[in-house]
Unconditional design. Structure first.
Length: 120
């Protein structure tokens, strides 16, 4: 569903076309879309809400997540909008937990790529 929506609004490079999944190596083998939420998607800090996060995740998948590639690289997506605090404090725990897990993965020797809307 995510790929269908993305294809309806943008022309994708060849390596992201569903019929190319599994072919080739490296970048040619990649066939996924990873979305990072921004303040216009889920609000910022006190402006954000659980319902906005749920809506975003229903369309694009989990916000605070790890995606593994070739057993040595991890793409980590984080909801940076609530790192400085949120009206609903329960929203703050998961992003910080995800960042701590990313640091642990780096300590274990994995290459970690952080994807956030707001720079740290």
């Amino acid at each position: 569903a995510r790929m269908k929506r993305l294809r309806s609004i943008a022309q994708l490079p060849r390596y992201m076309a569903p019929d190319s999944c599994g072919e080739g190596t490296g970048a040619d083998r990649m066939c996924g879309v990873f979305a990072v939420n921004g303040n216009h998607d889920t609000g910022y800090g006190a402006d954000g809400s659980r319902s906005q996060l749920d809506r975003f995740e229903a369309v694009f998948g989990k916000i605070n997540a790890r995606h593994y590639f070739s057993n040595h690289t991890v793409l980590v997506t984080v909801n940076a909008q609530v790192l400085d605090g949120a009206q609903d404090s329960s929203l703050e725990h998961r992003p910080w937990q995800t960042l701590r897990q990313a640091a642990q993965l780096a300590d274990e020797g994995l290459e970690v790529v952080l994807a956030l809307h707001i720079p740290l």
